[in-house]
Design a protein. Structure first.
Length: 627
């Protein structure tokens, strides 16, 4: 299949702008890869320390027999439903490594926080920067430098990007990512959202809301909507960094352990067969473009317009929002998964899942096929789905000789539910689910895949808020509805500023969705404009987010006043205050109050992240704190 010209053009310009940085990166990782193994290179005291706690047979393998040693970086904790299963994985991986004459060690753990727990609280202001903390923790884990390969165990929002950024700074190591899968379906996402909207209106109380939330979030695994966590898994499949088809197999499935064992076998095959596939070479310009295409084709999380900029930079590759916008014009929307539809990720998996989407994009010339992956068969292997059959062998070692069924992969075939996934020739939309906006308010992005088409253009007066709490107070007091009623547009654009990386760590403002959705459902034309983030599950209310530059960094959101007419036009790709140009330029920007600044910087550990806030780049530059 001939590649689409836009895909070729975007890849070429990324390659050109990245060339000096990428060449320097590859030279560094190739120098590291050429060194002797750690057990042979390090001093005797270093080696003794590294393997002192190993069982005798493992010590013999890694030191004397020169067996490969896998470093495991684990995001396990038993607070996060998605990460609880990872507690059992190291024992499985070590057992599988021993079966193949190799060894494995838990190199370290990384923090893993849940935005669902911290949403709307001060703790949420640590969330974005936890990504870079995870990257640093990954680097600390691997810095012992005694590993021949690595396995990254993690699933959720900032955890996978953080692990990936950290792993790319050890780009000489073959690396495979190992997820845990989604929880089984509970209360539907649409039913849950309805109860949230009822609670926002005071129609149901805390007991009913908690009951609904608990039925939705009820067991081990990721949340079942297609937010940032599940977008992570889609992108890793499209990048060829998983065992194929691993993303959305639920934790309790009998296949889960087999796939985890296959991850260990996969990374060992790279080390033993001389196939040069370290992660720094796997993640090249084509790989990054493939991830971007997969994100757009599935209406994935807006958070990845920040995270994947940082991921790419970690591999010496520079991408920007113009690249996403160019691809979004030609990549069709192939899925309807909540919030872009009613299906959850389990229904998406049953309908064909990531493999179906990847196949359709490859066949349409909208993904690069000539890419390196962690598997021999390249990215085409990721268009197939795993299955179990028989009992292939007796597993010996620490797990007591349990019998393990064999894995095989089969063609997915046509869509099993065209209301959930469709072929590239008959998509839900001819263009992707994300759009770039620009104008005199700066540059921002909007997720339009779930926004009704008649809401793609909103022109209405602005109401300016300095905190999300202020907006919620105004909604509960009926002020927002009165403002909607008082203007001929029957609408309102809520501007929430001082929410960028430098101001307060750029928290998600997901708790603003229910009140704005209530207003929209009443027929008012409402929208949100902010330099903060929305959840990866943001949906039907138009929201221009990640506005850059942020207000604290001199961005024009600081100039907006109550009553200014703002036009958000997703069709034309514009975001602007409709004001006289000379008057607009002459306006004096508002300043963040000292009380507000102090509130953003203290309590719940926020003091420890002051350096990150000071040094954070803009959202479009990945909000990186390490450049």
């Amino acid at each position: 299949m001939t590649l689409h010209p836009s895909l070729v053009a975007v890849t070429a310009r990324i390659r050109q702008r990245s060339a000096p940085l990428r060449q320097a990166y590859l030279a560094r990782i190739d120098d590291y890869a050429a060194r002797p193994r750690g057990a042979e290179r390090l001093g005797c005291a270093n080696v003794a320390h590294a393997f002192a706690a190993m069982p005798g047979n493992d010590k013999l393998r890694v030191v004397t027999q020169r067996a490969p040693n896998i470093g495991i970086v684990n995001a396990y904790n038993d607070l996060l439903s998605a990460h609880k299963p990872l507690g059992e994985y190291p024992a499985i991986i070590k057992d599988e490594a021993r079966l193949h004459g190799a060894t494995a060690q838990v190199a370290g753990g990384v923090p893993a926080m849940c935005d669902g727990v911290t949403q709307g609280t001060p703790g949420m202001e640590l969330s974005l920067f936890s990504r870079d903390a995870i990257a640093m923790a990954t680097a600390v884990s691997l810095s012992h430098d005694v590993f021949d390969a690595a396995l990254m165990l993690g699933v959720c929002d900032k955890i996978v990007p953080g692990l990936l950024i950290g792993a790319l700074h050890f780009g000489h190591l073959p690396t495979v990512f190992v997820p845990a899968g989604p929880m089984t379906s509970g209360l539907s996402n649409s039913a849950k959202s309805k109860v949230r909207e009822q609670a926002a209106q005071g129609l149901v109380g805390r007991d009913a809301l908690l009951e609904a939330e608990s039925k939705a979030y009820h067991g081990e695994g990721t949340c079942t909507f297609y937010g940032t966590a599940n977008s992570n898994q889609m992108l890793l499949e499209a990048m060829g960094l998983h065992v194929p088809g691993t993303a959305f197999v639920v934790p309790g499935d009998s296949m889960r352990e087999s796939l985890t064992r296959e991850a260990a076998r996969t990374v060992l095959q790279i080390t033993r067969e001389g196939r040069y596939a370290p992660i720094g070479h796997v993640v090249d310009e084509r790989c990054i473009v493939n991830a971007m295409a997969a994100l757009l084709a599935t209406g994935g999380s807006t958070n990845h317009l920040i995270h994947w900029v940082a991921v790419a930079r970690s591999a010496g590759i520079i991408i920007d929002w113009d690249d996403f916008a160019a691809l979004s014009k030609v990549v069709p929307l192939l899925t309807r998964v909540y919030p872009n539809g009613s299906a959850d990720v389990n229904q998406f998996q049953a309908a064909g899942g990531p493999g179906y989407v990847i196949r359709e994009l490859l066949d349409a010339g909208l993904m690069h096929e000539d890419v390196l992956t962690v598997r021999h068969g390249g990215i085409r292997e990721f268009t197939r789905e795993p299955m179990l059959f028989g009992e292939s062998r007796a597993v010996v070692g620490q797990r007591g000789g349990a019998s393990q069924p064999a894995l095989a992969w089969r063609d997915i075939g046509p869509s099993r539910d065209t209301s959930v996934v469709r072929p590239a020739g008959a998509p839900f939309s001819a263009t992707g689910g994300l759009k770039l906006l620009s104008g005199n308010l700066g540059r921002s992005v909007i997720k339009i895949s779930a926004v009704p088409e008649d809401r793609h253009v909103i022109e209405a007066p602005a109401k300016v808020f300095d905190t999300q709490e202020d907006l919620q107070v105004a909604f509960k007091a009926g002020e927002l509805e009165r403002l909607c009623q008082s203007h001929p547009s029957n609408g309102l654009i809520c501007v929430v500023r001082w929410q960028g990386p430098q101001a307060n760590g750029m928290p998600e403002l997901h708790k603003l969705t229910p009140p704005l959705a209530v207003l929209q459902d009443k027929g008012y034309r409402v929208a949100l404009v902010t330099d903060g983030r929305m959840s990866g599950a943001s949906g039907k209310v138009p929201a221009a987010i990640h506005v850059s530059p942020e207000a604290l960094a001199g961005g024009p959101l600081a100039k907006v006043r109550d009553g200014d007419i703002v036009r958000l036009d997703a069709a034309a790709g514009t975001l602007a205050v409709l004001a006289d140009e000379s008057e607009w330029q002459a306006r004096v920007p508002a300043q963040l109050s000292e009380a507000h600044r102090q509130s953003n910087g203290h309590g719940m550990g926020r003091e420890l992240f002051a350096g990150m806030r000071r040094h954070a780049l803009s959202a479009e530059e990945g909000a990186c704190t390490w450049l």
